[in-house]
Ligand binder design. Structure first.
Ligand code: M6R
Length: 602
């Protein structure tokens, strides 16, 4: 979603800001802007709709050493140059991530003049109003934030306090990179790691006053806070490594990302050991309910795990959309439940809000997260599991999804072991998991035949993806992937639900992708479903570990693998199908329209 970079130090601010915004590009945005303070104490701004390269940064002074930059994902107001950030009101220039919910009331109360349609410009005006009376940038920000409802990550500068930036966060991440005689502020460590490994993570409700040499942090009541400088691992330079897109690269990276999520966690004798979850033996023994909470693909990873964990552990697993969970009074007993929060980014606003709700109810909380040091990873009460999948650039999540499923399955095996359940079952699971990277590699080799099928079906704009048992959640994830990157309307149903309504949509132009289970009984029932679609002239693509069917129009044969991981090989084929269909349709596979990598607003 929106990205923020701010700089004060000896370097040319515009080049640090431009480089930082380029590194945030993968998160998805629709416009960008940079403001710097020139040697005469004037703010100079460039803004543009589109990519960072559209910015006329060459017109900004090279010697300006303080500035702020932004990539915008529109919430209030259309995608226009005028609505792009930074916004200036009086003596205040500001960039903002989040949503100011009461901006209309504030604009009216303080008679704030506006030239854009944004909530952000009102916040700039409000800070400017308070700056006029306090004369201190920090005090003006504190006074303004006391009146604001909503979420924000902001960085503010003013020609009246040159060389200083004031940053504040509530619900939108901000970190400060500490370099030699310089500070860089960003909404994502990615924008900073090429400059320094030393990072201060700001927490919600904190305000930082930053110049080249100093950083002072306060809470919203203006009390000084002590912060630690943490060393973060340099993120490897992210490039496409010869693939046509990050989406393609990340699908093909799964053999190694799956190896990484299991590294050191599954021993040769089939025992699963996890150092991250921080649960007592009593908590594990007393557990009678697991909640898995996330959004989008992270939610679907939980759905898949539900089928396996309920079977393995014999206790209910509730999977919840974070956006629903945060507002409803879910029925569970906090003392005997565990809430697991799933997120690639660790910054999804709904997931973070759901976490706060769970903590308020007193249930132990764990995270399964890819981004080290993210807000979610830092906020859970009982540890968790890092995915170690590496940076995922493509907006469509692929390698993080498969790693999430494996992390949940490993956690199931870990719990089963600690709860004294049959070691045999746990060892079978461990063996299935250990073999998975190789099996996924075999699936990636199906890319060319899948591409040929994609070329034939890409022109059909209505699809079903159907599955039974643990393949139903895979159908859900597959349909999301196809929809997201190709803009085809793909909907998932349990195969057995077809006759209860969806079959009315079947005609000769309709595509059904049917995932066929290994289990003989369910396989036969699924084949009946295929025949019912074919009888109505619908086109069918089957995916199965058994050879081609005479009844389907297209077929993909996947490797036969352990039951608990069988969905993941089918999922890899669906990822490749989504990729190739989107390519065929000429879509931007890494940055699909209207989407952002990390959804940091509600
Ligand atoms: O960063 P998160 O895992 O919390 O993101 C959750 C969803 O926004 C994300 O999975 C989204 O559905 C993906 N674009 C799907 O490919």
């Amino acid at each position: 979603m929106c990205g923020i970079v701010g700089y004060c130090g000896p370097k040319s601010a515009k080049s640090v800001l431009y480089g930082g915004l380029k590194r945030l590009e993968y998160r998805g945005y629709d416009s960008a802007g940079i403001s710097v303070l020139d040697a005469d104490g004037k703010v100079q701004t460039v803004k543009s709709v589109g990519t960072v390269t559209n910015l006329d940064a060459g017109t900004l002074p090279d010697d300006a050493s303080t500035g702020i930059g932004h990539t915008r994902w529109a919430t209030h107001g259309g995608v226009t140059d005028l609505n792009a950030h930074p916004h200036t009101s009086g003596a205040i220039t500001l960039v903002h991530n989040g949503i100011i919910e009461n901006f209309e009331t504030l604009a009216e109360t303080y008679n704030i003049e506006r030239i854009s349609q944004t909530d952000t410009e009102v916040l700039a005006g409000l800070i400017d109003h308070h700056f006029a009376s306090t004369g201190s940038l920090k005090d003006a920000v504190l006074a303004a934030l006391a009146e604001v409802q909503g979420t924000y990550g902001i960085v503010v500068m003013s020609p009246r306090q040159p060389g200083t930036l004031v940053a504040a966060r509530k619900g939108s991440p901000l970190v400060v990179g500490v370099g030699r005689d310089e500070h860089i502020i960003a909404s994502d460590p990615q924008a900073i790691v090429s400059h320094t490994d030393n990072i201060i993570f700001l927490d919600d409700g904190e305000v930082a006053v930053i110049d080249a040499l100093n950083i002072d942090v306060y809470n919203l009541a203006n009390q000084p806070q002590t912060k630690m400088v943490e060393e973060v691992e340099q993120a490897a330079e992210v490039n496409m490594a010869g693939f046509g897109s990050f989406l393609e690269k990340e699908i093909h990276e799964q053999p190694s990302s799956l190896t990484e999520v299991m590294r050191g966690r599954i021993s040769g004798d089939g025992r699963i050991t996890l150092g991250g979850p921080d649960l007592t033996a009593d908590q594990i023994a007393g557990l009678d309910n697991i909640l898995i909470i996330g959004c989008g693909t992270a939610y679907y990873a939980g759905m898949y795990a539900k089928y396996e964990l309920e079977d393995l552990l014999g206790i209910p697993v509730q999977v919840e959309h974070a956006s629903e969970f945060r507002y409803r009074h879910a029925a569970y007993s906090p003392s005997t439940s565990l809430a697991i929060f799933m997120s690639q980014s660790g910054e999804t606003a709904d997931t973070l809000a759901a976490l706060e709700e769970a903590k308020r109810r007193g249930v132990p909380t764990m995270g399964i997260v890819n981004t080290v040091g993210s807000t979610l990873a830092r906020s859970v009460s009982n540890g968790g599991i890092y995915l170690h999948a590496g940076t995922e650039v493509s907006v469509a999540s692929t390698k993080a999804y498969s790693s999430m499923v494996v992390a949940l399955l490993m956690f199931g095996g870990f719990l089963a072991d600690r709860r004294g359940q049959r070691l045999g079952d746990i060892r079978v699971l461990a063996e299935d998991l250990v073999n998975l990277p190789h099996e996924i590699e075999l699936c990636t080799k199906l890319s060319d035949p899948i591409k040929a099928i994609a070329a034939e079906i890409a022109g059909h704009s209505n699809w079903f993806v159907l599955g039974r048992g643990n393949l139903f959640p895979i159908a859900l994830e597959g349909a999301l992937k196809v929809t997201e990157v190709s803009y085809i309307h793909a909907q998932a149903f349990p195969t057995g639900e077809m006759k209860h309504g969806p079959i009315s949509l079947i005609d000769e132009g309709h595509i059904s992708v049917v995932l066929l289970p290994e289990d003989k009984l369910l396989y036969d029932k699924s084949i009946s479903g295929v025949q019912e679609i074919r009888a109505r002239e619908g086109k069918v693509l089957t995916i199965s570990s058994r050879p081609a069917l005479e009844h389907s129009d297209w077929h993909i044969t996947v490797p036969m693998v352990g039951h608990r991981v069988s969905g993941l090989v089918m999922n890899c084929c669906l990822q490749l199908l989504a990729l190739h269909v989107a390519e065929k349709l000429g879509r931007d596979t890494d940055r699909p329209r209207n989407l952002a990598k990390s959804v940091t607003v509600e």
